[in-house]
Ligand binder design. Structure first.
Ligand SMILES: [Fe+2]
Length: 368
């Protein structure tokens, strides 16, 4: 066992990680968890480039266009999903969570539904200028946006918009009080003595944007573009194998490379599919009770569930996917893995079993 934390298994712990114990989970160091998985060589995700990479510090928010006819329905849904309206103008609405970001979801009122791209916060003004040069796109002042700042929008090789922001002031204080950490008793450790668990049903308050993802056509083209221009590195890559044993990569979960600093297992993913579109955006909520109360809150309001709750294998998050009323998929998640530059990048076969440890079966249309 780990000296500091008896709950973290090591290779030498009794039974080892290989021991199959039904209905059990263990917290396992990444290199041991990934010991049976093919590792991707560093050169695969760090192709040489002639200019310095554009340095992303984190994912900031997602941007969507919704039709005027669907905007009140969207607001009602996102409030029930656990966001707050930070600001509303004639043309747009900014939704926030209780984290440091001014907003996590930007909804522009337009003609039709449209994904306007994820937004990445860059490290410096020079990084924003390099992003602007990459796309030959102007740097715009975010005059009306909470926290203001500047943004440029470029397009990836398949035409998806990709936004970069700099200078958005962090929120001076949380939009609302973060939920409290509960004392939880298990069968051996019972720190909660003489105190009761009490809950107030309601939406699962959103903390921050965790990740977003795309379905794409050309894996190699997109992989090369995202990993050579930006400090995005895959945590896991999935492949399919043809009859001749030839492996083709079809999906990647990428994190923001911050060196030794631990970051979310993925802030971005893409997966090859028949149709190119935004797959979903995912927002962090507090804990398992909060997520479940949020699930039943949305269900009782009559919204359409997609898949969940369940536990993802890659990234370990407990997930819960929903359709918004205008046809975009959004997710609540908790308990995601953290990685850094020392965490191996895994490569394994794509398939339903790579998606979840436990859940209802994955819906047939989930990967479309
Ligand atoms: Fe997700």
């Amino acid at each position: 066992m780990d000296d500091e934390n008896p709950n973290i298994a090591t290779q030498t712990s009794a039974g080892g990680y290989d021991t199959v114990v039904p209905n059990s989970g263990r917290t396992v160091p990444a290199p041991i968890a990934m010991k049976d998985v093919e590792h991707v060589p560093k050169s695969r995700w760090n192709p040489p480039v002639s200019v310095p990479k554009i340095k992303i510090s984190k994912v900031s928010h997602v941007r969507y266009q919704h039709p005027a006819s669907g905007i009140e329905g969207l607001i009602a849904f996102l409030l029930d999903f656990g966001m707050e309206v930070v600001k509303r103008s004639e043309k747009a609405i900014w939704f926030g969570g209780y984290g440091v970001d001014q907003y996590v979801y930007y909804a522009e009122i337009g003609e039709d539904v449209h994904f306007l791209g994820g937004a990445w916060e860059v490290e410096s003004w020079e990084d924003l200028e390099r992003a602007s040069a990459l796309g030959n796109s102007p740097i715009l002042e975010l005059k009306n946006a909470p926290g203001e700042g500047h943004m440029t929008t470029v397009h990836d090789p398949e035409g998806f918009p990709v936004n970069f922001v700099y200078g958005v002031a962090p929120r001076p204080q949380p939009l609302k009080t973060p939920p409290e950490a509960l004392q939880v008793n298990d069968e051996f450790s019972k720190p909660r003595k003489g105190a009761f668990q009490r809950f107030q049903p309601g939406p699962a308050a959103v903390h921050k944007l965790g990740h977003f993802g795309l379905t794409i056509h050309d894996f190699e083209l997109q992989f090369r573009w995202y990993t050579s221009h930006f400090n995005l590195v895959p945590s896991d890559v999935l492949y399919i194998e043809d009859d001749t044993g030839q492996k083709s990569d079809v999906a990647a979960f990428l994190h923001v490379d911050r060196g030794k600093e631990y970051v979310d297992h993925h802030s971005f993913f893409f997966s090859v599919a028949a149709k190119q579109h935004v797959h979903h955006s995912s927002f962090e909520v507090h804990d398992y009770d909060s997520q479940n109360m949020g699930h039943y809150w949305l269900k009782q309001k009559g919204y359409s569930p997609v898949w969940g709750l369940g536990r993802h294998r890659l990234g370990s998050q407990i997930f819960d996917y929903w359709w918004d009323p205008n046809g975009f998929m959004v997710e609540h998640y908790i308990d995601g893995d953290l990685v850094n530059e020392d965490t191996p990048t895994g490569r394994q076969p794509a398939g339903d079993e790579s998606l979840a440890v436990w859940s209802e079966p994955v819906p047939a249309t989930f990967l479309d």
